[in-house]
Design a protein around this ligand. Structure first.
Ligand SMILES: [Ca+2]
Length: 317
């Protein structure tokens, strides 16, 4: 009984579907618009995706209070050492001048007789991405007493699980910049650490610490998307002879005439793709100019032929 009761509903449904197909053969379809101006009119707002570098730590110590640096761990220190371990100062300690450091900077020194020092300064930060770039300027200056035993170690310390990676150990007189890029776990608390050890040696300076990461991409908004497996960066939508469309690399559009045989198209950066499109446009213009010349020549040939025919008729005996 239930199936009999549903019959009228099925009939209405099929009628609607039939009418929809009949109307659609001539109707204009709008997606994102109620007033389509073509058989298929897709309307939307384009919003470019957000990419780029995100600075997650930028410390030049210029606004940091002068005195002992608050973020540090002093593992060992004899009483003969200078009053503090890592300190923020207006200028480097004597003979530890760091050429790229300016304004206030982070300093440490063990330049006192019998001073044995092991102290670690650190700057905390939290990641959101999977890769970070670290850079800073530094100098370590080692004396000749005790054969110059000062040592500066750069560490990436995971504050959540206390694991630690040694980025570099410097045990020679050095005045330069440090840069590295490495993988991290998103959402993790880290600290970049500077461990100095020295026994009656001069000291070290650090400044201009910068940690960046690729910004978390915000997806763009598009009016049209065809995701059929042929898509690729910089690809263009191409039709075959029957109108079937697929995405193709710009290089697939290479002209096949003799004139273009020596031309090579590059793919890759957006600048290369722009140049390729410009090259294709120029080639199209050349082809069009030659078509115009051929048309003119054909007209001349036709005129000459008519003249010859006319002349033949007149000269017939
Ligand atoms: Ca500074």
């Amino acid at each position: 009984m239930a199936s009999q009761n549903n019959k009228p509903h099925y009939l209405v449904f099929f009628c609607i579907v039939f009418l929809s197909f009949t109307l659609s053969t001539s109707a204009q379809v709008g997606i994102g618009t109620t007033e389509p101006e073509a058989m298929l009119h897709v309307k939307g707002d384009y919003v470019a995706p957000v990419t780029g570098e995100n600075t997650i730590l930028d410390e030049n110590f210029n606004s940091t209070t002068i005195g002992q640096y608050p973020n540090q761990i002093v593992n060992s220190r004899t009483s003969s050492c200078p009053p503090n371990a890592w300190v923020v100062t207006n200028s480097p300690y004597d003979r530890t001048g760091c050429s790229a450091c300016t304004g206030r900077m982070l300093n440490i020194s063990s330049d006192e007789y019998d001073c044995i020092l092991d102290a670690t300064a650190f700057v905390p930060f939290t990641t959101t991405g999977t890769s970070i770039s670290i850079s800073f300027d530094y100098k370590i200056f080692r004396g000749t007493y005790n054969n110059g035993n000062g040592r500066l170690i750069f560490l990436l310390h995971n504050e959540d699980d206390t694991t630690e990676i040694t980025l570099q150990t410097v045990e020679t007189n050095t005045n330069t910049s440090f840069t590295t890029t490495l993988g991290v776990v998103p959402g993790t608390n880290y600290s970049l650490r500077f461990r100095y050890t020295g026994e009656w040696d001069y000291g070290a300076t650090v400044d201009n610490i910068k940690i960046t990461e690729e910004a978390v991409s915000a997806p763009g908004a598009y009016a049209f998307k065809l995701e059929d497996g042929t898509q690729g960066p910089g690809y263009v939508l191409v039709s075959d002879a029957d109108g079937n469309a697929s995405w193709q690399p710009v290089s697939a559009l290479r002209p096949v005439s003799n004139d273009s045989s020596g031309i090579s198209l590059n793919t890759g950066s957006s600048e290369e793709i722009r140049k390729n499109l410009e090259l294709l446009s120029n080639l199209k213009n050349i082809v069009r100019e030659r078509e115009i010349v051929l048309e003119t020549e054909n007209e001349r040939i036709q005129t000459l032929q008519e003249t010859v025919n006319s002349s033949n008729l007149k000269n017939k005996p």
